[in-house]
Design a protein around this ligand. Structure first.
Ligand code: GAL
Length: 420
């Protein structure tokens, strides 16, 4: 027996060393560039970090502040151009195709196949995650953008009700104004302006108009009577925001509703992540309803992590583990409970999710079924980045310049739709 032990001890030591080396070799670092910096967003990003670290890998955080992600995309471009791409980055929608066409993204089909993503994702979303049929990104969630959040106590004090139509919205806003409360908390940044604008277009014009004008960029729809009405209504909303709105970050606007300084906010459900991070309960401290006139429709925004080509087995392994982790049921639950969105993975158990999330999941399924599921323009789900930026700028110019007429704005919108 003794004779055996010394040799076996050496063998065991050698095996152990190999294992550690293998483990060490397999443990890698993933640098993730993203723009999740607000309270709820940071909590969700922390869940992603913890998931990766649980697999023995290192998460290197590269957060770029600025809601909506324009600054993050500018930083990302300069890093890629200078040959210093991160391992993963928060890139969404058609931009994924634009980046993939540059040849900088890694194919993660092996992970997707092993994890059966095609059967776990709605086709409309799995298609967006692919380039030439191969997965290049991992989806994290489904955000709904056409929400209105309200502070029930503030509305009650003003004798106002939660609006379901735009006429009701203006009645409520007028009552809040009379009660000396800021009716609509808003942040004057082009993506926030457009988030409000697209909800007005959807609520007033309907799904077909939304698709024609903002997805297909049809000149007649961009220049027609419905668009004129949408722009006039959009401008009227501005009268119910406060003078400090220009430049305000979205989460500060949400904070105003949380604190009762304002009655309502029109924003995607990352705002719900802020209410929850502030310990507020849906139905009690805040109300979530579809943006006026858009109850039967759903504007989707899917966050995804694009994987850049990296060198080194350990880095590739860590990147693939991150991709697999992102679509795992545990992560899909933890991340979305904090983020305010719903899991993108189908057939998830939503027991732990609140009523806003359950309503979102029900409406997502119903709108996908009923043909009223539309991509958010403000959040990069539909048109090429250049067009998105151009039409966002026109809508913000119209919002900020009271002398620009709806007709002038429509002419500029039609021109911006041709941007390349
Ligand atoms: C969206 C993004 C969300 C949220 C929001 C505010 O574009 O998809 O995850 O972060 O911006 O920053």
């Amino acid at each position: 027996m003794n004779r055996f032990r010394p040799k076996s001890a050496r063998v065991l030591a050698a095996v152990a060393a190999t294992l550690v080396l293998a483990g060490a070799a397999q443990a890698g670092e993933v640098e993730v560039l993203h723009y999740w910096t607000s309270g709820g967003e940071a909590k969700a990003a922390a869940a992603l970090k913890a998931t990766l670290q649980a697999k023995g890998h290192t998460w290197r955080d590269f957060a770029v502040a600025g809601g909506g992600g324009d600054s993050a995309m500018t930083v990302l471009k300069s890093r890629v151009v200078s040959g210093n791409a991160p391992a993963a980055a928060q890139i969404k929608g058609p931009s994924l195709q634009e980046w993939a066409a540059e040849g900088v993204l890694a194919n993660i089909d092996d992970v997707a196949k092993a994890e059966k993503w095609d059967s776990l994702l709605p086709r409309q979303i799995s298609d967006v995650m692919k380039y030439k049929g191969g997965y290049i990104a991992a989806p994290l969630n489904v955000h709904r953008v056409n929400w209105l959040y309200a502070n029930p106590e503030v509305l009650k004090k003003a004798g106002a009700k939660v609006p379901a139509t735009w006429d009701e919205f203006f009645a409520t806003a007028e009552a809040l104004k009379k009660a000396g409360v800021i009716p609509l908390a808003h942040g004057g940044q082009n993506w926030q302006d457009f988030t409000v604008f697209e909800s007005v277009a959807l609520g007033l014009g309907g799904v077909d108009f939304y698709r024609k004008a903002l997805v297909q960029l049809d000149p007649a729809a961009l220049n027609g009577a419905t668009m004129e009405k949408v722009l006039a209504t959009f401008r009227r909303i501005k009268g119910y925001t406060d003078k400090n709105a220009p430049g305000r970050d979205w989460n500060l606007a949400t904070g105003m509703v949380v604190k009762g300084e304002a009655g309502m906010q029109l924003m995607g459900d990352w705002a719900k992540g802020e209410f929850v991070a502030a310990g507020k309960q849906p139905g009690k401290d805040f109300i979530c309803v579809a943006a006026p006139g858009s109850a039967g429709a759903f504007t989707f925004n899917v966050d995804s992590l694009a994987m850049f080509k990296v060198k080194g087995d350990d880095k590739v392994k860590a990147q693939k583990d991150l991709a697999a982790a992102v679509m795992s049921p545990q992560f899909q639950e933890t991340f979305n409970l904090n983020k305010g969105s719903i899991p993108v993975r189908l057939n998830m158990d939503l027991t732990k999710f609140d009523d806003c999330a359950k309503a979102s999941a029900k409406d997502f399924a119903a709108s996908a079924q009923g043909g009223t599921l539309v991509p958010s323009i403000a959040h990069g789900m539909a048109v090429p980045a250049a067009v998105e930026g151009a039409i966002k700028d026109v809508v913000s110019q119209f919002w900020n310049n009271d002398r620009m007429t709806p007709k002038e704005a429509m002419t500029r919108l039609a021109a911006a739709a041709k941007a390349s």
